[in-house]
Design a protein around this ligand. Structure first.
Ligand code: NDP
Length: 350
């Protein structure tokens, strides 16, 4: 199978079974057998190192950025719109700006106060759609509640599908669903890159995705399906969720609840992908989740908060492979945003 088939530009393709097996025997630097947390308990899971894979993806973009620069007279460029002052969004946007700059890409931030009416936000998107200086547009989610319950949907509806590098527009969702060329949402696209680049077999496996959001759960299920997994989607109304999850060879947790997936959800040896990013700020909760993980408790004591995924750290004793939090899916999301922006620029050159 050509290497390019695995590139971020072509996450939707199915794999060739014979060659996939051959590749899976090779060792990947991003798949390392190391403890996931300092613990007295026995850890069996292999670490799926999202940081390393994200770096690999970013490194590969270098030559493509230069190519666009030579042919277009400017590097691939991303326009970010940030409305309001949500502290988590500030951090995410700062990371995106820095990553784009480090990659030699163009990037611009339009900052709007939370009092901005929706019509004005839509006006900014309309201007960016028409501006040939930008290949990609990202409106940071969540938008302030004051803009109305359907604000995000209306903004995502407005983004030119050719610039929709976040993959949130209905056109992008349709293309992902139909396995056609387009932009998949960065988080699920990053998970697929992680699995493929760590030579984790997907074809024929039973994948269970917990979560059915438009930006993570549903596209995650579609992308796994396109890789020939048999996919089950679970949500808050699923009956006997642990039993359902235990049938998974690949379990993806995208729930938004700290340490929700405990070892009883996990078939021994399963691959567990933890999409969740939750900040725990209560001491009792931190102590409950990280009992036996003194290094994580030290982080809490030092900072007053500690990050935890949707998967309990004890799952490392049951799973065959697991993504850490932090350092798992998070870095991949930003790398895929860069990859989508470079591809948006390349598509203009066709
Ligand atoms: P949403 O809140 O939009 O969706 C959460 C999903 O989880 C829903 O489908 C919901 O079900 C389901 N769910 C909630 N509670 C339960 C439960 N008790 N049992 C079973 N299912 C449940 O979240 P997102 O999809 O946007 O994000 C999910 C997580 O991923 C969050 O932790 C978020 O921070 C993280 N995230 C991480 C990113 C990264 O870069 N690593 C990027 C994006 C998100 P129902 O539909 O029935 O309500």
């Amino acid at each position: 199978m050509p290497r390019s088939h695995f590139s971020p530009a072509s996450y939707a393709g199915a794999t060739s079974p014979g060659k996939h097996v051959a590749l899976s025997r090779r060792r990947s630097s991003a798949k390392i057998r190391v403890p996931l947390a300092t613990s007295r308990c026995h850890v069996t899971a292999t670490l799926l190192d999202g940081k390393a894979v994200a770096k690999e993806i970013r490194d590969e973009l270098g030559a493509r950025v230069t190519n666009v620069l030579q042919r277009l007279g400017r590097p691939p460029a991303l326009a970010i719109v940030l409305v309001g002052d949500d502290p988590a969004s500030e951090v995410y946007v700062r990371n995106k700006l820095k990553t784009a700059e480090d990659a030699g890409m163009g990037v611009n931030l339009d900052r709007l106060p939370s009092s901005t009416p929706l019509s004005a936000v839509l006006g900014v998107v309309d201007r960016l759609n028409k501006d040939p200086k930008y290949d990609g547009i990202l409106v940071q989610s969540p938008l302030p509640k004051s803009l109305g319950a359907d604000a995000e949907q209306r903004v995502f509806d407005m983004i030119d599908p050719g610039k929709d590098v976040d993959g949130f527009s209905p056109v992008s969702a349709g293309r992902v669903s139909q396995n056609r060329e387009g932009f998949a949402p960065c988080t699920p696209a990053g998970v697929i890159e992680l699995l493929v680049r760590t030579k984790t077999p997907i074809e024929g496996k039973h994948a269970v995705v917990i979560g059915r959001s438009d930006i993570v759960g549903k596209p995650m299920a579609a992308l796994l399906l396109h890789k020939n997994a048999t996919v089950t989607i679970c949500h808050s109304r699923t009956r006997d969720l642990p039993a359902m999850a235990r049938t998974a060879d690949i379990l993806v947790a995208a729930i938004g609840r700290p340490a929700f997936v405990t070892p009883d959800f996990v078939k021994p040896g399963a691959v567990v992908v933890d999409v969740g990013i939750n900040s725990v700020t209560k001491a009792e909760e931190a102590k409950r989740i990280f009992a036996g993980y003194p290094d994580r408790l030290q982080v809490f004591e030092k900072k007053g908060s500690v990050l935890v995924g949707d998967v309990h750290p004890d799952v490392a004793k049951t799973a065959g492979a697991l993504t850490p939090v932090p350092g798992g899916v998070g870095p991949l999301t930003i790398a895929m945003l860069m990859a989508n922006t470079v591809r948006a620029a390349e598509l203009r050159l066709r």
